[in-house]
Design a protein around this ligand. Structure first.
Ligand code: CP
Length: 310
């Protein structure tokens, strides 16, 4: 690999190799081993043009637990506010010789645009409504730890699919690994020709939940709605919120997932988010190991052996 721009373009074997590498880093990510020297001397820049709690923190921790030097830049406190363009920004950062540039941007395709123009390896940390590959990888890591395999699983991804880069990356990854994917949401929040993504499409929540092994809830991305469709939270919750009664339609051992940030009481009832089937915080924990694996693949010297931890 030279960059990680999306799940699109990754083979099943490449995805499984990343998940296996994440397994080998899991102990370090959970701090039963404190740190490994794998990326000593490497520099990672996190460049975030959109808000983030989980992705940014876990990329920073992943880099640090691999002994890399990690720099964080928020566009809101950078010279972006003085009018500097994305390309000028990354070319200036390139002059400081980073090995990896992790980028989040509201424009779909921004990481691809950057990757074609700089020497550093580029990781897409979420671009517009397009892809969020490390989120899909950490979701897959969590599912595999809990369910063992993907073949035969039915995964329902529910909510604002239209604006969700998480949904797009997950559909691609789950298809590649042999799971069945259902997409459910209000018709106005389902992408046109959603079936062409490789999923069954449901304009109601209940039939999508029936017999599901995994229920993944998505936030309504009001910041991307531009006033086009704004159900009240109460209306949305009544029709599309995951509560205990609706969850009982899924398999009794179904996993409840959410990429975060959650809007409690809107797309997910607090009792479900905090309930025994929820693996939402396991997903966050997996994020560090998965991002360690991605940084290792992109930044470690090619002749370096896999990590000893694990
Ligand atoms: N899931 C996710 O990308 O969360 P953040 O926006 O907080 O990084």
């Amino acid at each position: 690999h030279r960059h990680l721009l999306g799940i699109e373009g990754l083979t099943r074997d490449q995805i499984l190799a990343l998940l296996d590498a994440a397994e080998s880093f899991f102990d370090v990510s959970r701090r039963s081993v404190r740190k490994v020297p794998t990326l000593r001397g490497k520099t990672i820049i996190n460049l975030f043009y959109e808000a983030s709690t989980r992705t940014r923190t876990s990329f920073e921790l992943a880099g640090k637990r691999l002994s890399a030097d990690v720099i964080n830049i928020s566009a809101s406190t950078s010279s972006t506010v003085k009018g500097e363009s994305l390309l000028d920004t990354v070319q200036n950062l390139q002059s400081m010789q980073p090995d990896v540039l992790v980028i989040r941007h509201s424009a779909s395709g921004a990481p691809h645009h950057v990757a074609a123009r700089i020497r550093a390896a580029v990781v897409n940390a979420g671009d517009g409504t397009h892809e969020h590959p490390t989120q899909a990888l950490l979701d897959a890591f969590t599912i595999r730890r809990k369910k063992g395999a993907f073949e035969g699983l039915t995964v329902a991804i529910c909510g604002d699919v239209l604006h969700s880069r998480v949904a797009r990356s997950n559909v691609r990854l789950l298809n590649a690994l042999g799971a069945r994917v259902r997409l459910a949401g209000p018709r106005t929040l389902l992408p046109p020709a959603a079936e062409s993504l490789g999923a069954e499409v449901y304009p109601r929540l209940e039939p999508a939940l029936e017999g599901a092994d995994v229920v993944m809830m998505l936030r309504v991305q009001r910041e991307r709605l531009q006033g086009a469709f704004l159900p009240t939270s109460r209306e949305y919750s009544r029709a599309f919120g995951l509560n205990a009664a609706r969850l009982s339609l899924a398999k009794p051992d179904a996993l409840v997932m959410h990429p975060g940030p959650m809007n409690r009481g809107v797309e997910i009832d607090p009792a479900v988010a905090d309930g025994p089937q929820s693996v939402i915080l396991d997903q966050v924990e997996a994020g560090v190991a998965v991002r360690m694996a991605v940084l290792w693949v992109l930044a470690a010297e090619s002749n370096e052996p896999p990590p000893a931890a694990g």
